[in-house]
Design a binder for this molecule. Structure first.
Ligand SMILES: [Zn+2]
Ligand SMILES: [Zn+2]
Length: 309
């Protein structure tokens, strides 16, 4: 019994160290390269804003970017607490309980095989199959994220849980992890289902040699999304995509989603593509002007200036 307890405590200690490894994991938005690219883009946004106001000053830009007044906040400590607690629950309970992505893929492939027999033959090159798989995976992944996020807002019980994410008064990239454990579990199951079903169908149709476009072992489109400043979605940097707002959810678009002003409520549920929000009537393009945005859930609006880009 004492040995079992010691083993559990040892495992928990190892699980608590896992979030530190995110910095070296290209599949995580916390990967060092994504932090560097986001900081680089953020610095350019601030410098551009200063240049436009004829107040260009690199030192002031760095202070604005790294100011402890933004980063060293209770809200950020709460984000960190959720990061470690959710990592512990995910590794200790959720993954052992629901299995791995590969198991689900195998399950879907075998299910299709036994229900439909052998798949028809397709004369497609490996390159075409890889492109099709990458695109299908990206679209299903992005739409399922939109669908689950929208549901978290629309169903009162789920909204109560999702309020944990919206309770952040300061947005930093760590706010990504500020989610109720039940919501974390739902997103894990969503990921299992999407990966397992898309990969399972493709393995059934095109065989086990299936591969998609990847960078450092991560799907190429997801990598590109993270590299192009996904970490700025939760930040104090206002970056609108201008004319591309019609097509993509910008970091500023997600910040509008976190705004507690009534005109921004239930807008921009999407992650990458704006298409789903446009189809469901919840799209709100972010303007280029610097807004005063209130983050959090308290009744009294807390107006914060953001850096214009
Ligand atoms: Zn939300
Ligand atoms: Zn968010």
């Amino acid at each position: 019994m004492t040995n079992e307890l010691a083993a559990i405590i040892q495992s928990m200690g190892q699980w608590l160290l896992v979030p530190f490894g995110y910095a070296l994991d290209a599949a995580s938005r916390m990967y060092w390269l994504f932090w560097c690219s986001a900081l680089g883009i953020a610095l350019l946004v601030i410098l551009y804003s200063q240049w436009r106001d004829k107040k260009l000053h690199l030192g002031r830009a760095m202070v604005q970017l790294f100011s402890p007044r933004h980063w060293w906040r209770r809200s950020t400590l709460v984000d960190l607490a959720y990061l470690f607690a959710n990592s512990l629950l995910r590794l200790g309970i959720v993954i052992p309980l629901f299995g791995s992505h590969l198991l689900v893929t195998l399950w879907v492939t075998r299910g299709l095989q036994s229900e439909l027999g052998n798949a028809p033959e397709f004369a497609l090159s490996g390159m075409t199959v890889a492109a099709l798989y990458t695109l299908c995976f990206f679209l299903v992944e992005d739409f399922s994220r939109f669908g689950l996020h929208r549901t978290m807002h629309k169903v009162p019980f789920l909204w109560r849980l999702h309020q944990v994410h919206h309770s952040a008064r300061r947005l930093t990239p760590l706010t990504l992890f500020r989610v109720h454990p039940f919501e974390m579990t739902l997103y894990y199951l969503r990921g299992l289902l999407v990966f397992g079903s898309v990969s399972g169908v493709f393995v059934y149709l095109f065989g086990g040699q299936l591969s998609g476009w990847d960078i450092l072992g991560v799907d190429a489109l997801g990598f590109a999304f993270n590299f192009l400043g996904a970490n700025l979605r939760h930040s104090h940097i206002w970056l609108s995509f201008g004319r591309l707002e019609r097509w993509f959810i910008s970091p500023a678009g997600h910040q509008l989603h976190h705004s507690r002003l009534s005109e921004h409520r239930n807008k921009n549920f999407g992650t990458c593509l704006a298409l789903w929000d446009r189809l469901f009537g919840s799209h709100l393009p972010a303007e280029k002007q610097r807004p005063k945005i209130a983050f959090g859930l308290s009744r009294r609006p807390i107006l914060r200036k953001t850096v214009q880009g």
